[in-house]
Design a protein. Structure first.
Length: 309
């Protein structure tokens, strides 16, 4: 009996060693899809972006020290290697992704160790206030017009700028969600972070993007279909985003900052918080005030000059 137990233990250990980080992420994504979870590939996107060198490693090879070192690098950068800091938000997202991945692996009995993600503390996070300046918007649009990008790049990122949508919603946008006559994009409840149907206003330029994408893909369901995955939307856009912002010579800008810029632009154009909350799909106005009310100096100056001294 002892010999049999030892043999089972050896077999189990060998199985664990054969599961790579990439394979575990695939299994995690399949499980989330089967359960109808939104954004099933979020953990893979995070790890692909922040630590692609881990993908081929056995899952059991990832250590607390590795995760701690990577989270510190994301938070603080590494001047000796020319790595710029990405801030506490990026470090926190990586730790949360690893926590979720370990929890899945342990639950499915694919891994018998500890949840290393829980052994690394989440960094203290401040509200991110990075938004595009006018000059940066112009530089980004110029960069998006470069001919070397895949065909989806300019329409996708311009669509994000025009709608303030979350990246995941844009990547999975379907033509049947678009009501061009009313200028509305209705995101289904199961795809909305808030869990309810979200209506996004489509400006005329956004409507033209939808029409142009339909002309390019008359038979497909996805607005931004993958070039290599059959009947799937585009994925893994972080790598192309890094190239775009490098061409534009813009530092420290994430895709989600396009959403922050959209919300802040509404605020700086004197749109009420209630209306901005509706535009951003927030149920609670406090969420809007916390994350998107980045009032610029010009707006403050205008308000100050309007007040009698």
């Amino acid at each position: 009996a002892k010999a049999e137990a030892e043999e089972r233990a050896r077999a189990k250990a060998e199985t664990e060693r054969q599961i790579s980080v990439k394979k575990m992420l695939t299994l995690f994504e399949q499980d989330r899809k089967a359960k109808g979870k939104r954004n099933p590939d979020w953990a893979e996107e995070v790890l692909n972006y922040h630590c692609p060198e881990w993908m081929a490693l056995p899952f059991v090879a990832i250590t607390k020290a590795m995760l701690l070192a990577k989270s510190r690098e994301l938070r603080n950068g590494d001047a000796t290697r020319g790595v710029r800091p990405r801030g506490p938000q990026s470090a926190g997202i990586l730790i949360k992704a690893m926590r979720a991945l370990y929890a899945f692996a342990i639950k499915e009995e694919l891994y018998e160790g500890h949840n290393i993600g829980k052994k690394v503390d989440l960094p203290s996070e401040s509200v991110r206030t990075r938004v595009l300046t006018g000059a940066e918007k112009a530089a980004l649009l110029e960069a998006l017009d470069k001919p070397e990008w895949p065909a989806y790049v300019r329409p996708l990122f311009r669509f994000l700028m025009l709608t303030g949508a979350r990246k995941t919603n844009a990547l999975t946008a379907r033509f049947d969600e678009m009501d061009l006559a009313s200028g509305l994009w209705r995101i289904p409840a199961e795809k909305s972070k808030a869990g309810h149907v979200m209506e996004v206003i489509l400006r005329p330029e956004a409507v033209e993007i939808v029409k142009a994408q339909r002309e390019k893909h008359p038979e497909g369901q996805w607005m931004f279909p993958s070039d290599y995955l059959e009947d799937q939307p585009v994925k893994d856009v972080w790598h192309i985003w890094r190239k775009v912002v490098a061409v534009a010579e813009i530092d420290g800008l994430t895709i989600h900052d396009l959403r922050g810029t959209y919300g802040s632009d509404l605020i700086n154009n004197h749109v009420s918080l209630n209306v901005v909350a509706k535009a951003m799909g927030h149920r609670n106005v406090a969420t809007t005030a916390k994350h998107y009310a980045h009032v610029n100096a010009a707006t403050v100056r205008e308000a100050a000059l309007a007040v009698a001294a």
